[in-house]
Design a protein around this ligand. Sequence first.
Ligand code: ZN
Length: 414
Amino acid sequence: MRVSWAAGRLTFRLDPEDEITGRAADGHPVKLAINTCTLHDVPEDAHPDLFAVAAWTVVAPWTRRRITFDRAVSAGLAAALHDGWGIEAGPVGAEPRPAGRRLAISYSGGADSVAAAAIYPEAPFVHFKRVSHERVPNRWQHYRSDVLADLASRTGRELTVVPSDLEFTLAEPRPGYPEHHAVAAGALLLADRLDLGGLAFGYELGSRWLGGGRYVKRYTPDNPMWAPHGAWGRLFAAAGVHIVLPVGGVSEAVTMRLALDSDLKDQVRWCLTGVKGPCRTCAKCLYKELIQAAVERRPLDTPITADHPRAAKWLRPPPYGGQEMVEYGLARVPGIERTLFGGIMHHFDATEESTSWLDHCYPPAIEEIAAPWRGRAAAFMTSEVGLMTREEALRVETWGTAGQGTPPTRKNAV
Ligand SMILES: [Zn+2]
């Protein structure tokens, strides 16, 4: 792979051994659409290691053996690429980038990133905004990135918006980040200007520790994407930008509660399609409504009934992505048995007691936050959430093993 940057435009050329099909770090298959993309309003004089990591978030799935940058990187950065992916990177010759002093929030506007923001009220926001690619038709006009950017601008926080078409480098499964970390490409290039030593993401307990998202249901202490000692964590750190997960120890029930209690509650939006408000009918809206209803202890409020096409997923047996929150919702939402979720209840024995560990913070998630930002997170989680007992922490550490987070072979409760 050969990559070059000019005026925010990344261009890459595949070497003979590279392939246009690959897998993201979570194992999900992805296919390349086009070999160029642009980040707008980013500096051109960032440290070369920042350009290198930003490029790697886009080209990693296609790269097989080596990567050649258009400017020399530090030996530490090259070593992180070699240790993490077995990739030969060069040329080598730059001094390491000194870590900056500030933490920025990679801000999406969803409940999880709003909760992360609540922990660090002074932290600036960097918001990734999808824009169309000049050479790839946009068949996903329903994705309202303009609405999300507008909401971010109303938070009152120091905000940098980075418009980019980099998601259109992906042909399959659909436009999106080639690696999850590509959302941070703009923040990386801004790291010198913003004096960043850390970048906070809203990934919560499920994504960090329970194998949530695209891979499902197992305890993942060595999560390759988000563990500080994982390949991506070490690469970001080599460029002087620590990956920080302020809400990595708490469930989506807790991030929902924190977001709805926060000063930014009027700007919270997890739906990518609604204009004047959430659409209420997409899969994300339904899932988040289940969580919000559980947190607010009120009946489910959704237009989706069991015969709606969107409900089909909930007619099939588990496992589900985010299953811990499904169990949490089934145990708490009044009248849930009369909703579209009623048909799956017999797969679970979820009770308030059996899901109460999801109301507390998993302590190792605090311990792995880089030192400059750990104390604030620890104080916040202790006072606002409460730490898991050792017994509750065991629920995290046995997730995905028999009897925990897996459906019983038959319902063994009355
Ligand atoms: Zn929606």
